[in-house]
Design a binder for this molecule. Structure first.
Ligand SMILES: Nc1nc2c(ncn2[C@@H]2O[C@H](COP(=O)(O)OP(=O)(O)OP(=O)(O)O)[C@@H](O)[C@H]2O)c(=O)[nH]1
Ligand SMILES: [Mg+2]
Length: 291
């Protein structure tokens, strides 16, 4: 049988479950997941390999109208991801009435690749609502296959797999067959810290935060990591550090547990907080931070 390989790109509004879905399909926690919108900021590849196939999933930021330069750059990842897809997985959830970002919907509709539309979080719903949503999306996207799922509870993901496999073209592998992602370990380390900040800090703080790994030094039995948490203002720095350093300790403690699980080695983690005024609005700084 000829080898199959292709790009399956996951697109959708913020918070509908794109990252949860990719992690479940790849079987590895690559993308961070939180209950807050705009958690994912990059395009992150998750690669699923078998002897006869390689399926390259892309998780992307939720589609939004930009209010910061950072958002504009996030939307660039989404747009390239629509262009280079072999299959588009458009994901919505049971609560989303319509996609707010009409440009993205138009781009998806005019692309010539198969569209699989997933209605996620049906565990929070009932049969009537699911049927109503199915009709709505089928009318909107007549050519798409619509599948109700629960990414969190792995419900109906076998149907999603079958549908994906049926559309993957014959092709040699794009990446090394041992690879599970295209991003370096430092990226995942910084994301683990960002996830804890998203979970524990309120309001604007998570959105104004960036994490840089300044040192990653592997020794025999331990990995030494120095991370810098970057915020936009002095007041935000104080909140991240917390009373008596409590918040920063908690962020460090919890992310270190994730790191050790991911790398399978003991981690010594140092964290610092630094202010970089309005980094989200500067082209130069966004580039420096990898956006
Ligand atoms: N009940 C339920 N919750 C889900 C399901 N899938 C995802 N969630 C939750 O929805 C929230 C958002 O999930 P994410 O995977 O981070 O969503 P996302 O689309 O990647 O979000 P952004 O990166 O911000 O665009 C998290 O709290 C998930 O646990 C599901 O099938 N059922
Ligand atoms: Mg995400």
């Amino acid at each position: 049988m000829a080898h199959k390989a292709g790009f399956v790109n996951i697109i959708g509004s913020p918070n509908v479950g794109k990252s949860t879905l990719m992690n479940q399909l790849v079987g590895e926690k690559l993308s961070i997941v939180t209950s807050k919108a705009q958690t994912t900021r990059h395009r992150i590849l998750g690669i699923f390999n078998t002897e006869e196939s390689q399926i390259v999933f892309s998780d992307t930021p939720g589609v939004i109208n930009s209010s910061y330069k950072l958002h504009e750059n996030m939307m660039k990842y989404v747009n390239t991801s629509i262009k280079d897809a072999d299959i588009i997985l458009l994901i919505t959830d049971i609560k989303e009435n319509e996609i707010n970002h009409k440009q993205t919907l138009a781009r998806i509709k005019s692309s010539n690749v198969p569209i699989i539309c997933l209605i996620n979080k049906i565990d929070l719903s009932n049969q009537d609502i699911v049927s109503e949503r199915l009709n709505y999306w089928q009318n909107l996207l007549p050519k798409a296959t619509i599948i109700p799922i629960s990414a969190l509870h792995k419900f109906n993901l076998d149907r999603v797999w079958d549908e994906i496999i049926s559309h993957i073209p014959e092709s040699p592998a794009y990446f090394d067959k041992n690879a599970i992602t295209n991003r370096p370990i430092r990226f995942f380390i910084s994301e683990m810290i960002r996830e804890k900040i998203f979970i524990h800090c309120k309001k604007e703080i998570p959105y104004a935060t960036q994490v840089e790994i300044e040192e990653y030094k592997e020794e025999d039995k331990i990995i030494n990591i120095r991370a810098v948490i970057i915020v936009e203002r002095n007041s935000q720095k104080g909140i991240i550090i917390g009373k008596g350093g409590e918040m920063l300790k908690r962020i460090g403690r919890e992310s270190r547990i994730d790191m050790q699980k991911f790398i399978n080695k003991k981690v010594f983690l140092e964290t610092f907080v630094k202010v970089d005024k309005n980094w989200r609005e500067s082209d130069y700084k966004l580039k420096k931070y990898g956006y």
